[in-house]
Design a protein around this ligand. Structure first.
Ligand code: PBG
Ligand code: ZN
Length: 323
């Protein structure tokens, strides 16, 4: 006697009946990059299909997203003026606050998540205020500013705040700032386990956020560390995060599974820019069947334990799911 697994693979209807993991339109958050101006829709060379857009274009884009069944977006702002602290991010007239207000006015049914960090807003491209002696981000001064930024986002109408800077104590600080300003109902999705990854390369072109010196290894995690990856997420749960995240996704699916098993909180993965571009470029080169590889990758995220997928592929996935 031996097992006959193939008995259950013969009939396509039975195959579907027995499928263990499913993708849904509800799983996705779509990233948008916003610049000031009007009528701007500029494709990024390193990320075909991804654009820097002005607010009016983003409002049109939301219409397209809704027609595809996507109601969740995560916003990244590209300010006109950068300075040493990233003031634009904390200003109620800054690019991100203005965008949130305009989007929520035009599309109250859109769920607007904001990436909370300073790297797009600082002239040095690091994720907070610099400590001149250590030549890296000063954790605790940056915390104070993250609290301010969170309140500005919430006041503008953000539905969920997603801090991505990997500062210690960021969830405690942001939770307290939100609660103290009447926003105890606003959830925090923490980029709780974020690795220092070369997969962010193309993103830094779109978001114009490359560090002008050094790298982010003194705040983002070492890709080689598994136990620390779990501790990072559990610490954010302890601090009151509502949703955890692993970023990047593809090379870290073991970590996704580990965190899923260590915490009962919902878990997001960020299918980052480099992962997107690899599939796009390989598809364009005719090396892979782009759509099939994309769907297989998405199922892999879900199977590993992701509840939410933040992905530049979301629109294309939605089109395929609708078929
Ligand atoms: C900002 C931030 C980054 C990404 C999301 N938020 C870049 C970084 O940490 O350098 C990367 C997203 C992507 O690569 O798609 N801290
Ligand atoms: Zn950052």
């Amino acid at each position: 006697m031996f097992a006959r697994f193939r008995r259950k693979r013969l009939n396509p209807v039975l195959r579907d009946l027995l499928q263990e993991t499913h993708l849904s339109l509800n799983d996705f958050i779509y990233p948008l990059f916003i610049k000031s101006g009007e009528g701007i829709k500029k494709e990024v060379d390193s990320m075909p299909g991804v654009f820097q857009m002005s607010i009016d274009e983003v409002i049109k884009e939301c219409e397209v997203l809704k027609s595809l069944g996507i109601y969740s977006i995560i916003l990244f702002g590209i300010p006109d003026i950068k300075d040493s602290v990233g003031s634009d991010a904390m200003c109620e007239h800054g690019i991100i606050a203005s965008s949130i207000r305009a989007i929520k006015e035009a599309h109250p049914d859109m769920f607007v998540v904001t990436d909370l960090c300073f790297c797009e807003y600082t002239d040095h491209g690091h994720c907070g205020v610099l400590d001149p002696i250590l030549e890296t981000v000063d954790n605790d001064i940056t915390l104070t500013n993250l609290g301010k930024q969170a309140v500005v986002h919430a006041q503008a109408g953000a539905d969920m705040i997603a801090p991505s800077g990997m500062m210690d104590g960021m969830i405690t600080t942001i939770r307290e700032a939100l609660n103290g300003n009447g926003f105890s109902h606003i959830p925090i999705m923490s980029y709780s386990t974020k690795f220092s990854s070369a997969y962010y390369g193309p993103f830094r072109d779109v978001a114009e956020s490359s560090p002008s010196f050094g790298d982010r290894r003194s705040y983002q995690m070492n890709p080689a560390n598994r136990k620390e990856a779990i501790l990072e997420s559990l610490a954010d749960e302890e601090e009151g995060a509502d949703i955890l995240m692993v970023k990047p996704a593809l090379a870290y699916l073991d970590i996704v599974r580990d965190i899923k098993e260590s915490s009962s909180l919902p878990l997001a993965v960020y299918n980052v820019s480099g992962e997107y571009s690899m599939l796009k470029m390989a598809g364009k080169a005719g090396v892979i069947d782009y759509e099939k590889v994309m769907m297989e990758t998405m199922i892999g995220f879900k199977r590993a334990g992701a509840d939410i997928i933040i992905s530049y592929h979301a629109k294309e996935v939605a089109q395929l799911l609708k078929k």
